[in-house]
Design a protein around this ligand. Structure first.
Ligand code: PMP
Length: 406
């Protein structure tokens, strides 16, 4: 065993909880992960001992918490190997990070007739902000399609790019299919054509080791709550040179260096993009979550979660009338499936009665469902605290549910 699972599970209080008097099996990690006590305790400790608004005070508590918030920024910078802490912007989550770019990059660089490319497998939060931008600017949204396995047709990217293309925004890992996209290749192709790339890392940051300098992406967005940290916090990584050319997304306190009715001068990076009181205690707790992940080691996490994925996929394939939606060669964390003639919600409801939390529906990726001509899937998504025994119990329970529903 690569990981000490018993020790890890002991860190997550919720995993000891029962639902309907059954042991909880939590397979909905793609929606949000559970939190280790190190993260929960940090939140409690800061509210109990150190709470004061940051960046504004001269008093002890304010200075203490400001320093902790800025140290968290450094932890996050190191975690993704960004060149500078100026490139780490605290947001509310992936959605907020993408909207920031769609607005600010859009204002600075997108003109009438310009083109933005996204993929067919994007989450709604990597579709709708670009549609809104295109509507505002009279620009065009183009779609990179995927094949029947759920792999992007990367060979079509060169044809999609024209001299009007300004940005490609694509997920590293699909939340509906589990596909790991070849983002390094996409970035290489984009940069050869002078096109910037935003990577939606919401389903990747918790599973795969990231080095933004090596990857050379222009933007990278992710959420704390999907990576064992608190809700309400996310990160936008952006290259300093690009961020410097973008206008602030929102106006308010913190994002200015001086204000008068005649002229306001904006603050420097990263504060220029952080209007208002930040969610500083959750920012600090998020850094704790990343430290926790680092201690286990992302290489170990990746290896272990791949074992779970392979084991579960093999077992699922023995079930009659199952179709796995998304069979890319490179996958991470997620298995989506349907059972012929049984509604995905009915399966999820029966599994719930047996203590198993799975997600059913479109997973905020309706174009993926449209591609396969289905109304939704059952989705299981793993974290490093899941076990092979839980998968065995899940398969037995799924077989029972199918028997009941047939
Ligand atoms: N992109 C992907 C691929 C996701 O899976 C999600 C969350 N399901 C998001 C973006 C949005 O993340 P959040 O709701 O944390 O902003």
């Amino acid at each position: 065993m690569i990981l000490d699972i018993n020790k890890i599970r002991a860190d997550f209080p919720i995993l000891k909880e029962k639902v309907y008097n059954k042991n909880l099996v939590y397979f909905d990690n793609g929606a949000t992960t559970q939190k280790p006590k190190q993260v929960i305790d940090t939140i409690s400790e800061y509210y109990s001992k150190y709470n004061a608004n940051i960046h504004r005070g001269v008093h002890f508590l304010s200075n203490f918490t400001t320093e902790a918030n800025e140290n968290s920024r450094k932890t996050i910078q190191n975690f993704i190997n960004a060149k500078s802490e100026k490139e780490i912007i605290f947001t509310k989550g992936t959605t907020d990070s993408i909207n920031l770019v769609a607005f600010s990059f859009g204002e600075a660089f997108i003109n009438e007739g310009d083109e933005i490319i996204i993929s067919e497998m994007e989450h709604h939060s990597n579709i709708v902000p670009w549609q809104m931008l295109c509507e505002r600017k009279n620009a065009k949204l183009k779609i990179l399609k995927f094949n029947e396995l759920g792999e992007l047709k990367i060979e079509e990217l060169n044809e999609l790019i024209t001299n009007k293309t300004k940005l490609i925004s694509v997920s590293q890992v699909s939340n509906a299919l589990g596909t790991v996209n070849p983002i390094k290749k996409i970035i290489e192709i984009a940069h050869k054509n002078n096109v910037k790339v935003l990577v939606d890392g919401a389903q990747a940051i918790q599973h795969l080791k990231l080095d933004v300098q090596e990857l050379d992406c222009d933007f990278y967005a992710f959420s704390s709550h999907k990576a064992y940290g608190p809700t309400g916090v996310g990160i936008l990584y952006g290259k300093e040179e690009v961020l410097n050319k973008m206008h602030p997304y929102q106006g308010g306190g913190e994002m200015i260096s001086s204000v008068s009715f005649e002229k306001t001068i904006y603050n420097e990076l990263p504060f220029k993009f952080e209007a208002g009181t930040p969610n500083y205690i959750d920012n600090i707790a998020f850094a704790k979550a990343l430290e926790y992940i680092s201690e286990i080691g992302l290489e170990n996490i990746e290896k272990y979660e791949n074992q779970l994925l392979e084991y579960c996929t093999k077992k699922l394939k023995t079930i009659e009338n199952i179709k796995i939606i998304g069979e890319a060669k490179e996958k991470s964390g997620v298995i989506s499936f349907i059972i012929k003639n049984i509604h995905h919600n009915d399966i999820a409801i029966l599994l719930d009665q047996m203590g198993i939390a799975v997600r059913s529906g479109t997973h905020c990726a309706e174009p993926v469902m449209q591609h396969f001509g289905i109304s939704g899937t059952v989705r299981i998504s793993f974290a490093f605290y899941n076990t092979l025994e839980e998968i065995d119990y899940f398969i037995t329970s799924l077989n029972k549910a199918i028997l009941m529903l047939q």
